[in-house]
Write a protein that binds this ligand. Structure first.
Ligand code: F6R
Length: 265
């Protein structure tokens, strides 16, 4: 596990974009797993900039998003709707600004009729593409990765998951409130890649920003592996794991922070 502590949010995003760009340069038709939420917004801006300056090429890149709320979604062939779907978020933040092919974008559909089949088909598609080369992840204040809420099996696969009250609250404050949507009207369930699915990615890249993530980050990196903090499962990842934090998110690390400081000294 490689731990990188950056001075602020902007440098965290530059580092994350460096890692993603390196993957694309090494393997132009790589499979990227992507996350939504406030954390990767700056990373996506950086990738858009690099793509527009012809430093990276998305024309062969294949993507799979981690999760989506149940009950909402967009038809990618139609103009973007004003919903709070992660599909809309991805189009606004990344896809509509880069030279990616629409047929190479895979987003879960929160409105799928047969959700169980949709979950297994999604896993199947990832397998058909020979797995995920680089999986970008954020971390919830409750320690979740994707929507693998506390108590999720560390071997879990792609499935429908009820949202934890903490997640509902955090995402309401960050996204739904601004859109004028009542808390009781926001989706309470989500489609999520499982922890087991995420652990099969060849390289996992976890980003953490802000003081409100510090406790979860410290528990994930330095605590025991536990389903209470599903990000802690990354300690069991058999491939490469890179964690990039800004200073506030790293502020509750103890021994690993000491190690980083000693290495820098
Ligand atoms: C979103 C996702 C979630 C978020 C996490 C942090 O696709 O997988 O696990 O990464 O909830 O969200 P933010 O970045 O909004 O703090």
């Amino acid at each position: 596990m490689e731990l990188i502590i950056t001075s602020d949010y902007a440098s965290m995003n530059r580092k994350a974009a460096d890692t993603i760009s390196a993957t694309i340069k090494e393997k132009p038709n790589c499979v990227l797993g992507l996350a939504t939420g406030s954390t990767p917004v700056g990373t996506y801006k950086e990738l858009v900039k690099r793509n527009q300056q012809h430093q990276i090429d998305f024309s062969q890149v294949i993507t799979f998003n981690l999760d989506e709320y149940i009950g909402i979604g967009i038809d990618l062939s139609k103009p973007y709707s004003q919903d709070q779907s992660y599909a809309r978020f991805m189009h606004e933040q990344l896809f509509s600004h880069i030279n990616i092919k629409r047929e190479n974008i895979h987003m879960p559909d929160g409105t799928a009729e047969n959700l169980e089949k949709h979950c297994s088909d999604y896993e199947q598609k990832i397998k058909q593409m020979k797995g995920i080369d680089l999986q970008l992840l954020g971390i919830g204040a409750n320690g979740h990765i994707a929507f693998n809420e506390p108590g999720s099996s560390l071997a879990s696969r792609t499935r429908i998951q009820p949202l934890d009250p903490k997640t509902l609250n955090d995402n309401y404050e960050k996204f739904y409130k601004k859109a004028g949507i009542k808390k009781e009207d926001m989706p309470h369930y989500a489609f999520t890649m499982g922890v087991g699915t995420i652990l099969e990615s060849r390289h996992a890249l976890l980003l953490g920003s802000g003081k409100n993530k510090a406790k979860a980050v410290a528990e994930a990196i330095e605590g025991p592996v536990t389903s209470k903090i599903t990000a802690s499962a990354l300690q069991l990842h058999p491939g490469q794991v890179t964690i990039i934090l800004d200073q506030p998110a790293a502020s509750e690390l103890t021994w690993s922070l000491k190690l980083v400081r000693e290495n820098l000294a």
